[in-house]
Design a protein around this ligand. Structure first.
Ligand SMILES: [Zn+2]
Ligand SMILES: [Zn+2]
Length: 598
């Protein structure tokens, strides 16, 4: 028998080996390739081969059942149509890392495959519900009923979400749970993976869990579908919601996506009739918006000018014994530290950006690479002790307010008063710490970014703040003509439709495909030459729009220089074919490549 074997290499093709044994499909084997011993997976069997002097398989590592089911291999072929990877790379995503070595395995899957008896039409739902605990309640019911017939995959965005969800589901399904996440120890991952082979399991994990599906899979749940953690930017990149959708199509099973808001990609699929939207909270039961056209905080020379209205709100709610949350987008005490005598500006030694100053921790931090050093007491250049913090960070605001209200505590436990940066709002498992009133300061700092998703992201942020606020969200805005503000008072569907319409008009995702290739190298000139060469190659394809090479911001960080090239096409295949070609130019050499696809 001839076995077609693939390896975890960037190569497209399969290799032929001879084996006296049959029924090897899905099994791991140890073979010789270019005089090296390698672990491969048999993906097909054939009777004939064109290869002369064919080598024999040395060891069949899976002594009983195969590591991969035939269905998983079928899924590999399906994914290959959507992503620019070789069969080998895709196959190995589905193998626990402990089994990517020559470890022998002697297990048989206990799953009995049976014909589906249910005639019910399979559903694909987006379940819109801002309260994560309400979502869990719905999921629990669905999981319980699906586990009667088979297994369930339940994905959450991060391992901190996993802890919370596990704690909740453990009470009901403890013996059924198999936990899979990326930072897990290899042995632990492997022993959890073994449980899946017993059948009727609840596979709970982060994005990688989706690839370890058993044959008796009945249901896939993806919570907080909009989370950026569901997209893997380094090679191999994939979008989990898309992988889950394809999987459920192939297996003809239910898919439940959930979250406070859907991503625009999913919303587009709702409009196309591919996904059903379930939004029970039609009535508006949340806190109200109060949008003020006013400056909130300005720094003038040495002092901070705060709008007296803010002080008044804090005083009033404080007197009533209620809590306030203040949302501000910048961390640290000041954005820069400069010598008032000679003008010396403290800069990251890796040349990324000026260092941010934190008074609380008495240190300087690089906002890009995380480099930190102890805050100096005198100027490095002229020894003057007059070092001036410039710009306003959260610490400085906190410092200012504490002078007015020394009785306030800025901790989550006391709930009197809380300062939060927008970036801390990623997770929605905050529900229990809700606020009476929220103040949103400087939101325009996020709007003015050169990013086509900035408006959409700010809309989601503001609404999350609103979900966590009982009474009123007060927003200080400065660009009154932006369409975001008028959308806040309307139904969320209006904003989504408007955003989708604008994206279509501007030819942006999710209507076209966009990839950003970022090149990095230590030598500026070599990098630019390489970037220009790649642009030239890309521009030969007339189905592709090419922008660049553009200097990244910051151009220089972590001792490397950065150029990016953006490519755009209405067809995904065009983008992926080009990326595949470009990847092959980066196997060797000092210039490195990262890709983000939208
Ligand atoms: Zn100086
Ligand atoms: Zn840095």
């Amino acid at each position: 028998m001839i076995a077609k074997v693939v390896f975890n290499l960037g190569v497209e093709k399969e290799f032929d080996y001879f084996s006296p044994e049959v029924n090897l499909v899905g099994k791991r084997v140890l073979v010789e390739l270019n005089k090296k011993k390698l672990v491969g997976v048999v993906i097909k069997e054939a009777k004939k081969t064109n290869v002369k002097n064919i080598k024999e398989i040395r060891v069949v590592l899976d002594e009983a059942g195969p590591t991969l089911s035939r269905e998983q291999l079928r899924f590999v072929y399906m994914l290959k149509r959507y992503y620019p990877y070789g069969l080998g790379e895709l196959t190995f995503i589905m193998i626990p890392s402990l089994l990517r070595s020559s470890k022998r395995l002697n297990i048989e899957s206990k799953i009995v495959k049976k014909r589906s008896v249910s005639r019910r039409k399979k559903e694909c739902i987006f379940f819109k519900e801002p309260n994560p605990y309400c979502r869990l309640e719905i999921y629990r019911k669905k999981i319980a009923s699906a586990l009667k017939n088979g297994s369930v995959i339940f994905c959450v965005p991060t391992s901190s979400h996993l802890k919370i969800v596990y704690k909740d589901l453990e009470k009901k399904f403890s013996s059924k749970i198999a936990l899979l996440y990326s930072q897990q120890k290899r042995k632990e991952f492997f022993s959890e993976w073994l449980k899946i082979k017993e059948g009727k399991k609840l596979i709970l994990g982060t994005r990688i869990a989706i690839f370890y599906f058993p044959e008796d899979l009945e249901l896939v749940i993806l919570d907080e579908e909009i989370s950026p953690f569901y997209f893997h930017p380094e090679k191999p990149f994939y979008r989990v919601s898309e992988v889950a959708y394809l999987l459920c199509q192939m297996k003809k099973i239910d898919l439940i996506l959930g979250g406070d808001f859907p991503s625009l990609e999913i919303f587009k699929m709702v409009k196309e009739g591919k996904i059903k939207l379930v939004d029970k909270k039609k009535k508006n039961t949340f806190s109200s918006w109060k949008i003020l056209e006013a400056k909130d905080i300005i720094s003038k020379r040495h002092s901070l000018k705060v709008n007296p209205l803010i002080i008044e709100i804090l005083r009033k709610t404080g007197e009533e014994g209620k809590n306030v949350a203040i949302f501000y987008p910048r961390r640290g005490f000041s954005l820069y530290l400069r010598c008032a005598n000679c003008g010396y500006l403290y800069f990251c030694p890796k040349r990324c950006a000026p260092l941010r100053y934190s008074q609380e921790k008495n240190e300087l931090v690089c906002p890009f690479c995380g480099y930190r050093e102890k805050a100096p007491s005198s100027c490095r250049r002229c020894s003057s002790s007059y070092l001036k913090p410039e710009g306003v960070g959260m610490e400085r605001i906190s410092f200012y307010f504490k002078r007015f209200f020394p009785q306030f505590k800025t901790s989550l436990e006391r709930k009197d008063f809380l300062l939060v940066t927008y970036s801390n709002l990623d997770t929605s498992f905050w529900w229990e710490n809700s606020f009476f009133c929220s103040l949103v300061l400087n939101p325009h700092l996020l709007l003015s970014l050169l990013d086509f998703e900035a408006t959409f992201r700010l809309y989601i942020y503001l609404n999350r703040i609103r979900y966590l606020t009982r009474e009123e969200v007060i927003v200080f805005r400065q660009f009154s003509h932006h369409y975001l503000w008028e959308s806040l008072d309307k139904n969320w569907l209006d904003f989504y439709k408007k955003e989708l319409h604008l994206r279509k008009k501007a030819k942006l995702p999710p209507f076209i495909y966009l990839a950003k290739l970022t090149l990095r190298a230590k030598d500026k000139d070599i990098l630019l030459r390489k970037a220009e060469k790649i642009c030239k190659i890309l521009k030969k394809n007339d189905k592709l729009e090419v922008f660049g090479p553009l200097k990244e911001y910051p151009f220089n960080k972590l001792n490397k220089f950065y150029y990016s090239i953006v490519i755009k096409s209405a067809r995904r295949k065009v983008i992926f074919e080009e990326i595949k070609k470009i990847f092959s130019l980066f196997r060797r050499g000092t210039t490195k490549l990262a890709v983000i696809i939208r």
